[in-house]
Design a protein around this ligand. Structure first.
Ligand code: M6R
Length: 590
């Protein structure tokens, strides 16, 4: 996830771009840059790290009057966060910023290299601008159209070229991009935040839209025809804009899951097989077993991974909690692949466990959401989850993407390809209005009582743990996750009408066994909410997931439901959903 900004006007262009980037810093901040076209000349600056470094670097650059500018704040996907890899990227006389991933960049690059075109960066973005110049004869818009037609993947992009110095080209597929305006200025941005308070009107571009701005006229093409501009009003409140209309960041992040899950898969999942460019073919040489180590939500994702790796890759997999692992005097052998999972990449317990594994000479792999974090820098190899910045303290989309990486890894190591199922997950993560409304209504019945049991079997057991953790983090109600079959070994003693059970009942995995466990609780008069594709008699409340042919599709649908349920209960109780008491987003202490 990166952020892009564009500006056409005469009102302090450099500041417009830098202010815009600051508003988008939540989308990534490992490097930033801008290009300004002024009187036919392109002026560009880039810096590694936060926007303040770019501000410092460009402090002596003065520009006045009318100009066109593009700017970018980066969250590395292809290539390390260096100045060379920072955007804008250049060809001979053009400059580009891009958010997204070009899946076929390697083949385009090879094709251009054969023509003698050299590349400076390791990014996928550089191929777009080089391809554009290669396609350019004398009609820049035609070359731009030809270029975007050759791209596969996701992109929101802005391009400037000295061949047409008064024009800015734009295109959007998959990644967000909007155009905003007031009487004298035109803006582009990845979200509302940079333009609220500056522009009055907005158009949220749709996938497949492209066009150009010239002489203050916007030419927007949809389905390859120039289309009418349908402006809507911009919200006036900044915080509202950053949350894109959602009440909380957590809510926004729950809704984002159906998109970020695609980002996680891009370039990795295809009909031909699972591919991780981060790992080489011999990665598993000498490895006979895997240990996964993590904390909190990441630990729950790791537990899902342990089921999937054993089932799909047939590799013995054990699981460790970071804080326990450190002091249990673990026996570490070099035939073990040590996988650490962390959203932040800074969790002290996980980091220390990784250090121990490295010291013992184990091969290490990090699954992480933040490039260049301490864990990423230390591990031998890293797979980035690409969830984008997660602001809500209660982790949601990071969990979804961690599970996705582990599931893909189980296919990769097991040399299998559940392609058809992977392709259904984005849809499974969509939040429909009907579902959200149902959960909102139902939540009022679950505000009191003396606690919650979340129960499930197999991968639905870690999902039960995660559902319970979400609820306790933001509602402060007592909730425990249990393997459904374990209730009769003690916890069932607590069952009564004031004890709420949230039952995760899969149609595709151990249906009859889990159903019997629900019945055991029901006959002790526990109040039960069942989440399943078909209603069972013994339940008090029921939330339906779609009929499907695979347990991972059910898994992701149920994940969304448990996250929304926790959030709606917390909202009804009047809590601060995004910043719950006693917690922090990054736990860098032991
Ligand atoms: O950044 P990490 O994934 O390493 O963090 C681990 C836990 O602190 C984290 O998952 C925590 O449990 C979250 N608040 C869960 O919502």
């Amino acid at each position: 996830m990166c952020g892009i900004v564009g500006y056409i006007g005469k009102n302090n262009i450099k500041e417009q771009l830098l202010d815009g980037l600051k508003e988008l810093e939540y989308r990534g901040y490992d490097s930033a840059g801008f290009s300004i076209m002024k009187d036919g000349e392109l002026y560009s600056y880039k810096a590694v790290g936060k926007i303040k470094n770019l501000v410092e670097k460009a402090k002596d650059f003065q520009v006045e009057g009318f100009g066109l500018g593009i700017a970018h704040t980066r969250w590395a996907t292809h290539g390390k966060p260096t100045e060379i890899n920072a955007h804008p990227h250049f060809a001979e006389f053009s400059s580009i910023v891009h958010n997204g991933i070009i899946e076929n960049y390697q083949s385009i690059k090879t094709q251009l290299e054969k023509k003698g075109i050299n590349f400076l960066s390791q990014t996928d973005t550089e191929v777009i601008v080089k391809l554009f110049e290669d396609n350019l004869d004398n009609d820049a818009f035609k070359a731009f159209k030809t270029t975007i037609n050759e791209l596969k993947g996701a992109y929101a992009t802005l391009l400037l070229t000295q061949k047409e110095p008064k024009t800015m080209f734009f295109a959007k597929v998959g990644s967000p991009l909007l155009i905003a305006k007031n009487d004298e200025e035109i803006f582009f941005a990845s979200s509302d935040a940079p333009v609220v308070g500056k522009a009055k009107k907005v158009i949220y571009l749709e996938d497949g839209d492209y066009g150009y701005v010239k002489d203050n006229q916007i030419h927007l093409y949809r389905d390859n025809e120039e289309t009418k501009l349908n402006w809507s009003d911009l919200p006036k409140n900044k915080e509202f804009a950053q949350k894109e209309g959602f009440r909380f960041f957590m809510e926004k992040e729950i809704y984002e899951q159906s998109n970020v899950i695609v980002e996680t898969m891009i370039g990795r999942v295809s009909e031909e097989g699972i591919n991780f460019e981060e790992l080489d073919k011999n990665f598993l040489d000498g490895i006979t077993n895997i240990t996964i180590c993590a904390c909190g939500t990441s630990y729950h994702a790791g537990m899902v991974g342990s089921y999937l790796l054993q089932r799909n890759a047939k590799i013995k997999t054990t699981l460790e909690i970071g804080s326990e692992f450190r002091y249990k005097e673990p026996i570490l052998t070099k035939d073990t692949l040590f996988i650490v999972i962390s959203q932040s990449g800074e969790t002290a317990d996980t980091l220390e466990a990784l250090k121990m594994a490295k010291k013992a000479g184990l091969k290490t792999l990090a699954i992480c959401n933040v490039d260049n974090s301490s864990i990423v820098r230390l591990a031998d190899k890293t797979i980035l989850t690409r969830a984008g910045i997660e602001k809500g303290v209660a982790s949601t989309k990071a969990f979804a993407t961690q599970v996705m990486v582990l599931w893909m890894l189980s296919n990769y190591f097991g040399n299998i390809n559940e392609y058809e199922i992977f392709m259904k997950i984005s849809k499974a993560c969509e939040v429909t209005e009907k579902l959200h409304e149902k959960i909102k209504r139902l939540s009022k019945r679950y505000l009191h009582g003396h606690g919650f049991f979340y129960i499930g079997r197999d991968v639905f057991y870690p999902l039960a743990l995660e559902g319970a953790l979400k609820l306790k983090e933001i509602s402060y109600l007592h909730a425990e996750g249990y393997p459904a079959g374990e209730m009769k070994h003690g916890p069932i003693a607590l069952a009564d009408p004031e004890l709420y059970t949230i039952a995760l009942l899969s149609k595709n995995l151990l249906f009859d066994k889990t159903k019997s466990n629900i019945e055991e609780l029901s006959s002790r008069d526990s109040t039960i909410l069942t989440i399943a594709s078909e209603e069972i008699e013994t339940t008090d409340d029921f939330i339906k997931v779609n009929e499907s042919n695979h347990y991972m599709i059910e898994f992701y649908e149920m994940m969304i439901i448990t996250q929304l349920l926790a959030m709606e209960i917390s909202i009804r109780l009047g809590n601060d959903v995004d910043m719950p008491r006693n917690l922090a987003k990054s736990v860098t202490v032991e």
